[in-house]
Design a protein around this ligand. Structure first.
Ligand code: PLP
Length: 383
């Protein structure tokens, strides 16, 4: 049976060419730790890590490579920002499309006297930026939003949101999990204080590497969650204030950074336009055909909207988990069923608690894959 991967919103597959080669090269030929040795291996590893910071700056149109912080993933980045920045009495705004990576840390911060409001989005997942103004309080310090939904592919008007944050002196943090490596993101145009990313989705790198880009001003206001060895200022008993050391205690995931380095070069060489257009075409083709099939409901925006290649379907004739099981077991099509770590988004879209079957395409998905998936969905819709 052929196998077709349609779960790129969970993690992309395949990865960019040369990702595995780059990781193997580090493990077999380099192997040094960064900032912890005065020898060839350490310098070589260090120069690739620095180059990766520069590549991320290029991708996100950001000027300060030393303000690119590496973490394990975007969940860790968001936790570091939320828990390091917020203080008792602070108020936060999020949208009703957020992932648990934002929601759960904020729920746990309630016990520290930090409160938040959930900005309502419409039934396609869109936030009207003007609504934000009604929710701003004198103690509103931060707004966190997911650039695009991992359930419905809905893209938020982040330019307008950033403008409102700036006008109201609110720090703005972007969850780019579903858009980095696909949409053109300009850090300064969006008035961001921090941009959190994960390396293994649209950035086409390996799992276990992520991070955030942060302005120096905002970084000063964040306390590090983890302290320890940085390879610098070893005489000091306290954590250094300089970046990236302030937030990078302990040995980095250097093999992961080598993999991400190759993936970023692939994305920059290919061009975001080409990647985005391919994904758009696949999405339009898929949704147009889906709309013709009875018993299947598309959840979220249709192909007439500017949306991501993350598409949720609700099977009306059969349980969604059964549909996902048949897709995988009988037809070799890998999707993800359920609530996708985003119960709030499903409540907004009207699919809580049953969830949906999510199809998510990537740059390496082909038109034939889409045609095959449509045929299989049609067969299941007639069961
Ligand atoms: C919008 C969004 N935010 C956060 C995450 C968490 O990503 P990671 O598991 O890489 O930390 C995901 C992944 O599903 C996501 O889609």
């Amino acid at each position: 049976m052929k196998r077709i991967y349609m779960d790129n919103a969970a993690t992309s597959f395949p990865k960019a060419p040369k990702v595995s080669e780059s990781i193997i090269n580090f493990i077999e030929n380099i192997g040094g730790n960064v900032g912890r040795g005065t020898h060839f291996s350490s310098y070589t590893a260090g120069s690739v890590v620095y180059e990766t910071r520069e590549l991320l700056c290029k991708l996100f149109k950001f000027d300060e490579p030393m303000n690119v912080i590496f973490t394990m993933n975007i969940t860790q980045s968001l936790n570091m920002i939320l828990k390091g920045f917020l203080k008792e009495g602070d108020h936060v705004l999020i949208s009703s499309m957020e992932h648990n990576a934002v929601l759960r840390p904020l729920y746990s911060l309630l016990e520290k006297g930090i409160t938040f409001d959930i900005l309502p989005c419409d039934d396609k997942g869109y936030l009207d930026p003007q609504i934000i103004k009604k929710y701003i309080k004198s103690n509103t310090k931060l707004l966190v939003i997911t650039h695009a939904s991992n359930v419905s592919g809905t893209i938020q008007n982040v330019k307008e949101i950033g403008k409102i944050c700036k006008e109201n002196n609110i720090d703005f943090v972007l969850d780019s999990a579903q858009t980095a490596g696909i949409l053109d993101i300009n850090f300064y145009d969006l008035n961001l204080s921090a941009l959190a990313f994960t390396g293994h989705k649209g950035l086409l790198g390996p799992q276990g590497i992520g991070g955030f880009l942060v302005t120096s001003e905002f970084a000063k206001k964040i306390k590090p969650l983890i302290e320890g060895g940085t390879g610098s200022f070893s005489e000091s008993y306290t954590q250094p204030e300089i970046l990236p050391d302030k937030f990078e205690s302990g040995t980095l995931n250097i093999p992961g950074i080598f993999g991400l380095n190759a993936a970023l070069k692939f994305i920059l060489d290919t061009g975001l336009d080409k990647i985005r257009n391919k994904e758009k075409q696949l999405t339009q083709k898929f949704i147009k055909e889906i709309k013709k099939i009875q018993n299947i409901e598309l959840v979220g925006p249709d192909e007439s909207y500017d949306r991501m290649a993350v598409i949720s379907l609700d099977f009306k004739n059969i349980d969604n988990s059964e549909a996902a099981f048949i897709l995988d077991n009988q037809y070799g099509i890998m999707t993800r069923v359920g609530l996708h770590c985003s119960p709030l988004a499903h409540k907004t879209l009207g699919t809580f608690p049953k969830g949906t079957v999510r199809f998510s395409f990537g740059y390496f998905t082909s038109e034939e894959d889409i045609e095959y998936a449509i045929q299989c969905i049609e067969k299941i819709s007639k069961l």
